[in-house]
Structure formats: C-alpha cells, structure tokens
Design a protein around this ligand. Structure first.
Ligand code: MN
Length: 742
C-alpha cells in the first residue's frame, strides 16, 4: 500500500488519478462496451463527495471505492454499471447525498444497486444472532433485485480484508470471523473461486496469526524442493504436449495456507503428511471450445502413459460440471519420487470460469442483454433456497450456510438422469428433491441395487432408486436426516400438512361425537373441554383426538340442567404406536468435574472456565474460549457452529486456549447408525468392553424400520482413543456410521 503520510496534496491527487487510470485501462482492455462517460462521472462525483475524508490507514477515502471498482471489473469481470455503482457504493452511507441524488445523476439502475449496498452495509451482522440472520436474508433477497449488489459487496469485503492490518486487533478478529462464516462460502457458491480462496486465507491469517505464520514458512521452506520436483515431474509431459503441437501453460500451485491447515485439522495429520500440498495445472489454448473436452482426454492419455494413475482419484468435471459450473479433468498420478501429484487439465476458457466464475463468460460473449441473462442464471441457484424461508431466522441461516459450505455430489436415477445434491445428502433428500410425494411415501432406497435406509448418505456416482409405499407417512424423526434446504422445506410442509389433516379428522370426530349424543355445539362447551385437559387450544385438542391420543367416550360427558359438561378425559397410552424402544444399560452418568482433572490456559489467563454445552470439547480437541457477559470463559470446540456465530458478532471476546495436561478419563457420547441385524449390538459391546476395555456409562438403542440407532456414553482418556473407537465400531457389520456427538 502506498504511504499517504507526509505527501503533498498535489502528489496525493496524482496517486488518486493514477489509481483511477489503472481502473479505466483495465476496463478498456476488457470485452465490455466502452462506456467511459458514466464511469468518469461516477468517479468525479464520489471523489468530491468523499473529499477530505481519510481511511484509517491514512489514505484518502476515494482510494477504497476505486479499489473496489477495480476488483469488480478485473477480478469479477463486471461492466460499467457495476463499476459506477462500486465507485459510488459508500456515498449514501458516508456523505450527505441521498439515493434520490444518485438516481437524478445516474439513473434508476445504478441508484438501486447503491441503495442495496447501503442497506446491507456496516457488516452483515448486527449485535444479536437473530439480527445476523435477518440481515443475511435481506442480503440475499436484495440479490433478488440485482445480483450485482452482492458481487460488489464481495469486492468491498475483499478490499477491506486486504487492508485489514490497519484495523485494531479486536475488529480484525470480528471481520475475519464473519468473512469466513458468510463471504467465503458465498463466493464459493457464486463460483468466485480465486476470491473465495483469498478471503479464506486472509481470514485465517487474522484469526490464527501464529498458525498462519507457521504454515506460511513451512510452505516457503519447501519451495525449492517442490520446484525441483516439479521440473522433474513435468519434463516428460511437456515433451509429449509439445509433440501434440499444443500451446499451453504448465504450472504448479500450492494449496492455500488455510486449506492446508484445515486438512491438518480435520485429518489430524502433520504438515508433512498433506499429500496434495500442491497441484499441477495444465491450461491449454484451443481454437474451438468444442474441441476442449477431447483435448483434455488426449492430454490425460499422454500423462497416464508416463505416470501411473491413482484409480480412485480421476475427477471428470467435464461430463458433469459442478453446480458452480466448474469444468476440468483431474487426475492424480504417482510422480518420479513416489508422491501422488494431482494434475488439473483445463482449456483456457474453463480455467477462467473456474477462477472468476460467471464473470469469465462475457469475455466470450458479445451482444446486448447477455450480461443480464448470465446474472439471472446465477441468481436462480440462490432463489431456490429463498423460496420458502423458515419463519425462524436462525434455522434459515443454518440452512443457507449448510448449502453454501457443502460441496456437491452427483447421483443417478435408474433412468440415468443426474441429480446434483450437497455432500452428505441422504436417500430421503433425493426423494424430496425429485418430488414431494416421493419424499412423503419413501420407505427406503436401492443404492447400487442394495437396500438402504432413508438416512443413508449417498456418494457421488451412486445409482439410486426410491422405494415407496402408499401407507407411508412423513415422520418428524426424519428431520434428523434431511440435510438439503429443499428436503427440509418440503418435509416441514408435508408435516404441517399432515398435522392439518389429523386436526381436521379430530374435529370431525368431535363434531360427530356431539351429534351422536344429541349435544349442541357451543364455544363454551369447546373451551370447557380444552380447559379440562389444560390444552393450549382447540387445535391441540383436535390433534389429540385425530391422532388417537384421546378416544371420545360417552362416560366423559354429563348432562345437567345447566348444560352439558365434559367431566374427564382419558389419554391413551402415549407409547402406543411408537417405535420399538429398548434401553440396554442405564447407569446415570455422573457429572465429572473436569477442572479437577486438567488445566486449561487462555490468552487472558482466566482460570474459571466452563465447558460449552453445545459441543462438549475434551482435552486434545482444538478449542477456543469465549468470554461471556459474566466474565467467565466458555470453552468451545474450534469447529463448533455456535462458536462460529459468536465469533461473527463478538470476535473481540474470543480467547486462544491450550490444554496443559490431562491424565484422567472424560465422558464422551457416540452416535452409531446402521441397519439392524442379529448380533450387531453384541459386536459393538464387545469392541467397547472387551477389545478396547473402555468403560461404558450409558447405552440407548432404538430400531426403526430396520434402521439401527445407538447412543452411548463412554469414559475415555483423550480424543485419539475416541477416534480409534469410532473407527473400530464402523467395521462392525451393519454399522453405517459411528460419530462423536457434541
Ligand atoms: Mn466500502
């Protein structure tokens, strides 16, 4: 960044002019129609409006809108309307001018975008969690009006992140937190891959400065060796590509610090064991894009003739591109030194789309209206989620977040249709995605011709057939294993619908009961009936009747002179019709005083801490402390979703934590899921008690339609033992998953 301290006003003007000329030159060399006039006007307007205002770094404020406009054009690829709106994006927020002024000067379209940007400014998040979600929803709904609002906001955030070092540390933490929580996944969803990666890396740098530095220097230290390896690796391939007469770039790209760190965290491996530390990339030029796929495969053939390919790591994003339109061919081969190396093969156009999302499209398109068309196509992926937002804003945020983070899988219907779903999607999700009726009547799935329960998590490439039954009805337990936004929305609607039918049935029975006994209906009678059972209202009463929880009976009523009265109700056995429920051992779990056993150090030296109820970290977990209103430190797991939310709003209250020592046992919960079969429970118990000599505290087993569920509490010494235990249990026949619960 240029130093703006102690320079003359003339010099300052020259630097502003230079930044602006750089913006213009970039625009003029792009494929957009050359509408310089409006940009010029917006620049002058913004420059005068922000006159005399400086950023925290000391530079004149106008440098920020210029930088944002430059990102909007050169990194996102938008044209004059967006460039002008970006130049004006802080004018209404920070100066005396109004949206009406902007509209008078620049017309409706630009004014609307600036208005949208003003509405969502000041950070997406307010002080309270619900406000966060509401604002986020607002942000996405604003996109409904013009997706450029969110793209310019993305550029604004990117520039703020690039210049974050001039902010005080507590602000850095908060801004970095919300960037990672909201903006990076959104950038990913929009296909702005390069921006997503940069946002993640910058967030990581400010969230975990020491970790960032450590990984940065490990990457730097290994550079020389890497380059040497790469030139040995690439030489024989280059020779073949040259022989093909191709024009291409063959480069090596190191994973971002953030993704290296994430991999180390999730896989619990040291730096040296991150096998895909770097990837090689071949980007080739081709005259006709229709030749591109064939050329990708030709190159693939050449590479696999030189090196042995990894059988499970060929990714064909050519035939089925990702939802964000990513297209490429990935192959992992064994390099000359025995390490696996991933090679990504793409045409120039595919590469641009991968790096810059839809922005790359207009480089290849000319003609009016196409920008709008492309934008609306991208928008429709988001509006799908927005169609039926949940009344509870937080749920909505989580649903969205889930969708934004998830990477996709592609599954096939028996007819060979491809369906793209987020990773982790279950058979039930697929059923609901295909059709609501299919979802509500689904009893199982045939995954690659094998019968699987509704909760079965599908993998990319699976062929899945939905098995239905006319008597099946949607169940509230299903909420546990629908993960897609669409599935959740449709299941909720189906459950609501079903509840409504039961209420109607109950009302019918009630009315019939009255007329059978020659009782005239009255509101007093109804409220007397409700009051007798202390119910919330008539809906609840009718529901219980309709759901066979209350059977209407002659003995319930008495006819007296002053009228008919309900004397008493008999509730039916609440467990009637419920699933099989077996409780195996049930020794009440003792509360363990964790503090007596191990010590935890936080950055502020506070020692009165509590273990968070939401994620239950245990020694050995990566944790973060959160300072609550009473000055106590609540210790959360690093990847706790509650923490992620807190981080976004109260970043300054986070404390780094480290476990000092631990020597005793801790209580942990494991959830096991599978298909019920003879001996499954015995096998699990054997592993726990006999093979691993682990103390079991509590076990709860349910079996529902052949789907086996088991929750158990065990006493273990640290996180590693727990991981090992889960891995052992997963090997039991019939067991699908064994995961630690928080
Ligand atoms: Mn701004």
């Amino acid at each position: 960044m240029t130093q703006f301290n102690n320079i003359s006003p003339e010099e300052e003007d020259r630097l502003i002019e230079e930044a602006y000329q750089n913006l213009l030159n970039g625009y003029l060399s792009s494929n957009h129609r050359k509408k310089v006039e409006i940009i010029e006007k917006a620049f002058k307007f913004a420059r005068d409006a922000h006159q005399g205002i400086r950023r925290r770094s000391g530079e004149p404020y106008i440098m920020h809108p210029i930088a944002v406009a430059t990102i909007v054009n050169q990194e996102i690829g938008l044209g004059s309307t967006s460039i002008s709106a970006a130049l004006l994006h802080d004018v209404v927020e920070d100066t005396e001018y109004t949206v009406e002024d902007i509209e008078a000067q620049f017309g409706k379209k630009i004014a609307r975008i600036v208005d949208g940007l003003t509405k969502i400014s000041g950070g997406i998040f307010g002080d309270k969690a619900s406000v966060q979600a509401e604002n986020f929803r607002k942000l996405l709904l604003t996109m409904g009006e013009d997706v450029r609002v969110v793209l310019i906001k993305m550029a604004d955030r990117l520039h703020n992140m690039r210049t974050l070092s001039s902010m005080p540390p507590n602000k850095q933490y908060k801004i970095a937190g919300e960037t990672l929580y909201i903006y990076a996944p959104l950038a990913h969803r929009l296909g702005l891959y390069a921006i997503k990666t940069e946002l993640e890396d910058l967030s990581f740098k400010y969230n975990h400065p020491s970790e960032y530095q450590r990984i940065r220097s490990l990457v730097d230290d290994s550079e020389e060796r890497r380059n040497e390896l790469f030139s040995r690796f690439s030489a024989p391939i280059r020779e073949r590509l040259d022989n093909m007469g191709l024009k291409y770039d063959f480069t090596v790209r190191v994973k971002s610090c953030y993704s290296i760190w994430k991999k180390m965290q999730t896989k619990h491996i040291p730096f040296d064991e991150v096998y895909d530390l770097y990837a090689a990339r071949i980007v080739f030029d081709c005259e006709r894009e229709s030749d591109a796929k064939r050329l990708c495969w030709n190159i693939y053939n050449e590479i696999t003739e030189v090196y042995i390919k990894h059988p499970d790591r060929v990714r064909d994003w050519l035939t089925t591109p990702k939802v964000n339109q990513y297209q490429a061919l990935h192959v992992t081969v064994m390099g000359p030194d025995g390490d696996w190396v991933e090679v990504q093969i793409r045409s120039r156009k595919m590469d641009e789309i991968a790096e810059r999302g839809f922005a790359a499209h207009w480089k290849y398109k000319i003609g009016e209206g196409e920008e709008e068309e492309e934008l609306s196509k991208w928008l429709s992926t988001i509006t799908d989620i927005l169609k039926d937002p949940e009344p509870d804003a937080i749920d909505f945020l989580d649903t969205i977040k889930l969708n934004l983070y998830a990477s996709e899988i592609v599954v096939f219907t028996p007819k060979g249709e491809t369906i793209t779903l987020p990773k982790g999607a279950t058979v039930l999700d697929l059923a609901f995605t295909l059709h609501t009726d299919l979802g509500t009547h689904c009893i199982a799935g045939k995954v690659n011709h094998k019968l699987r329960p509704l909760s079965y998590k599908m993998a990319s490439g699976d062929q899945v057939e939905i098995v239905t039954s006319n008597t099946q009805k949607p169940k509230s337990e299903w909420e546990k294993f629908v993960v897609t936004a669409k599935g959740k929305t449709r299941l909720h609607a189906a459950l609501r619908h079903q509840r409504r039918l039961i209420i109607e049935e109950g009302e019918r029975r009630f009315m019939n009961f009255l007329s059978d006994h020659h009782i005239e209906f009255s509101n007093e009678l109804l409220s007397q009936a409700i009051g007798r059972q202390r119910l919330a209202g008539k809906e609840e009463l009718f529901f219980m009747i309709g759901n066979d929880e209350i059977t209407l009976n002659e003995e319930m009523i008495s006819k007296k002179e002053q009228g008919v009265r309900f004397n008493w109700w008999r509730r039916n056995n609440p467990f009637k019709g419920k699933e099989e429920h077996k409780e195996t051992t049930s020794e009440p779990s003792k509360a363990i005083d964790t503090k007596a056993v191990y010590r935890l150090t936080t950055t502020n030296g506070v020692s009165n801490y509590h273990i968070a109820d939401c994620c239950h970290p245990i020694p050995g977990d990566d944790t973060v402390g959160f300072l609550n209103d009473s000055g106590e430190v609540i210790v959360h797991k690093m990847d706790c979703p509650t923490l992620a939310r807190l981080k976004a709003s109260y970043g300054s209250r986070l404390l780094e934590t480290t476990w000092d020592e631990y020597s005793d046992k801790f209580l942990a919960s494991i959830h096991i899921e599978g298909i019920d079969q003879k001996g499954i429970l015995q096998a699990i118990v054997n592993i726990i008690s006999t093979n691993m000599s682990i103390n079991m505290r509590k076990m709860n087993v349910t079996s529902n339609q052949g789907v086996f569920n088991c929750d158990l509490d065990v006493l273990i010494s640290d996180a590693k033992v727990l991981t090992n235990l889960c891995n052992q249990i997963k090997k039991v026949k019939g067991v699908n998953t064994a995961t630690r619960m928080s």
